[in-house]
Design a protein around this ligand. Structure first.
Ligand code: PTJ
Length: 266
């Protein structure tokens, strides 16, 4: 089907990404609501010019520093994340020492296995959240996301939640975890509840965070990582994100036309 997207199409990359989500849905990796979530993300990406904003880089550096300093970092994975950035997530886990846990909002028969397959094909080992041990429960949450792995999210000190529901971010935070979110919408409940919000497209943010992790491991001492975390303030960074979006939109408003969006990748 993606063969039908001509590479000369001005939005070819965006259409290919959309196709990955659709194919993910056909293979049960992505849930139907994941299509809406993706469309919402696309709209916010437009509003930031489909580019990584400076505030997102600051958030990524704090996020990576937190993950490298953590005792039990975990990356929580849902359908959209697996369909879009499976390999990147595996690399981020390797680069930061984080374990990978499948955690779904919409638990439908076959989905966990389909997501596990995609991740394992991308090189994942030791996946958590697959029901091979009795699960633990996150208190204060009624959705399926309350079902967590006792070896993973339950004992984690830092949890990265790419594309998340606000109520679980809140519940995880109340459970004493440090939460890192990747979410294109700076106003979502997840963005507002997280300790660190990377307001960027998963497609750009995850590979960039892998690069940052590799660079930090080579070039930064523990105290330097601690200093990055200590000076980070999510409210200030989210406020910068909104100002950067407004500045971009003001430039578009001045020009009247703007046909130079690069596409969702890098
Ligand atoms: O796979 P499941 O069953 O766990 O379900 C996953 C979805 C995504 C359906 C579920 O978590 C959901 O309904 O999420 P929401 O509440 O729609 O929130 C999705 C958020 O992710 C929105 O704020 C979007 O703007 C944002 N988003 C969508 N695509 C991307 C994104 N953020 C970063 N990168 C993206 N590519």
């Amino acid at each position: 089907m993606s063969d039908h997207i001509p590479s000369s199409h001005p939005r070819a990359e965006s259409l290919r990404v959309r196709q990955r989500i659709i194919e993910g849905m056909e293979r049960k990796v992505v849930t139907r609501a994941g299509l809406f979530a993706h469309g919402r993300g696309e709209a916010f990406d437009y509003l930031m010019g489909e580019k990584t904003l400076p505030s997102a880089i600051e958030a990524m550096e704090a996020a990576v520093a937190m993950m490298l300093l953590a005792k039990h970092p975990v990356i929580s994975i849902n359908g959209n994340a697996a369909a879009l950035v499976a390999r990147g997530i595996v690399e981020l886990g390797e680069a930061t020492g984080a374990r990978l846990e499948v955690n779904l909002f919409y638990r439908e028969p076959g989905r966990e296995a389909a997501i596990a397959r995609v991740l394992e094909d991308a090189g994942a080992t030791g996946l958590l959240g697959l029901g091979d041990v009795p699960p633990a429960t996150l208190t204060g949450l009624e959705s399926n996301r309350r079902i967590i792995d006792p070896r993973g999210i339950e004992k984690a000190d830092v949890v990265l939640v790419p594309l998340e529901d606000g109520d679980r971010t809140e519940a995880l935070r109340r459970a004493g975890k440090t939460i890192i979110a990747i979410d294109l919408n700076p106003m979502s409940r997840t963005s507002q509840w997280a300790h660190v919000t990377v307001c960027d497209n998963l497609l750009r943010a995850v590979p960039r965070m892998v690069e940052i992790a590799e660079a930090f491991k080579k070039g930064r001492k523990k105290e330097e990582l601690e200093a990055i975390v200590a000076r980070y303030d999510n409210a200030r960074v989210l406020s910068s994100t909104v100002k950067e979006i407004i500045a971009f939109l003001s430039r578009v408003a001045e020009k009247g036309v703007f046909l130079e969006l690069p596409g969702p990748g890098r």
